[in-house]
Design a protein around this ligand. Structure first.
Ligand SMILES: Nc1ncnc2c1ncn2[C@@H]1O[C@H](COP(=O)(O)OP(=O)(O)OP(=O)(O)O)[C@@H](O)[C@H]1O
Length: 235
């Protein structure tokens, strides 16, 4: 569904993405891992069109997305830290986003219901706890039933029950054929929801395999050990 081809991005002298090529198919949950600063968020932002690469291409359903906008309505994004106008109430934020996306025909309010956000509609964003803000971000990411979801450390700050709700939602949407990309540092969570793991290191793909392939390749039962072993291998 998404093909990244020879993508490069530098910030000053720092090569964050270095000739990166990778493909992601629908009906899969892919966990994007890698050390802090490896370029995971930068890659996601390139897919979303928030960051423009220096060279290379990104194709969505076979068509280049560079300098295009329409495809973005097919991608739901949950940022690491959602930034919202402090004075706006939850209700107003949701209404504003729905107003921007008036064209949307399919509205999915399941997470609003499961998180009980209606009961907090009159709270201002600036007064919300970090976890509640995350719930608003999650509800917005899934709201327009997008084909692709990009979730940046989605359960960070969520209590265990709320994290569980999100993981169930992710698996439910995957079954509909959606592609879900998740950046996460939590190995147990990756093992629970992901089909594949893509590891970014030094701006390029260190490995991109299914969970069972990773364990097999490293000859380790535990995913965290297997990943640590592969990441520490010399090229
Ligand atoms: N707008 C920017 N200007 C300059 N440098 C940037 C910018 N955005 C990101 N970087 C740098 O690019 C590198 C990759 O950042 P990125 O946020 O993509 O990493 P990440 O893999 O998502 O990290 P983390 O696991 O810590 O979230 C970092 O060194 C970061 O400081």
């Amino acid at each position: 569904m998404i093909a990244i081809e020879n993508l490069s991005k530098t910030y000053g002298k720092l090569a964050v993405l270095d000739n990166l090529s990778v493909r992601f198919e629908g009906g899969r949950v892919v966990s994007i891992i890698g050390p802090n600063g490896a370029g995971k968020t930068t890659m996601s932002k390139c897919i979303l069109g928030i960051v423009l690469p220096d060279s290379g291409d990104i194709k969505f359903k076979g068509e280049s997305v560079l300098k295009k906008h329409a495809y973005r309505s097919e991608i739901g994004y949950m940022p690491q830290i959602g930034k919202y106008p402090e004075n706006m109430k939850i209700r107003q934020v949701i209404e504003m986003v729905r107003d921007i996306r008036k064209d949307a025909t399919r509205i999915d309010e399941e997470l609003i219901g499961l998180y009980g956000l209606q009961n907090m509609y009159d709270k201002r964003m600036g007064s919300l706890s970090g976890g509640t803000k995350q719930k608003v971000s999650a509800a917005l990411a899934f709201m327009f039933d997008p084909q692709v979801l990009i979730l940046d450390e989605p359960t960070a700050g969520l209590d265990p029950i709320s994290a569980e709700i999100l993981k169930c939602k992710i698996l439910k949407e995957k079954k509909k054929g959606k592609l879900i990309l998740i950046t996460s540092h939590i190995m147990s969570e990756i093992e629970e929801v992901a089909d594949e793991v893509m590891c970014l290191m030094d701006g390029t793909v260190k490995f991109h395999d299914t969970i069972s392939e990773i364990k097999q390749n490293a000859n380790e039962e535990r995913l965290s050990r297997a990943i640590a072993k592969i990441m520490n291998e010399e090229d």
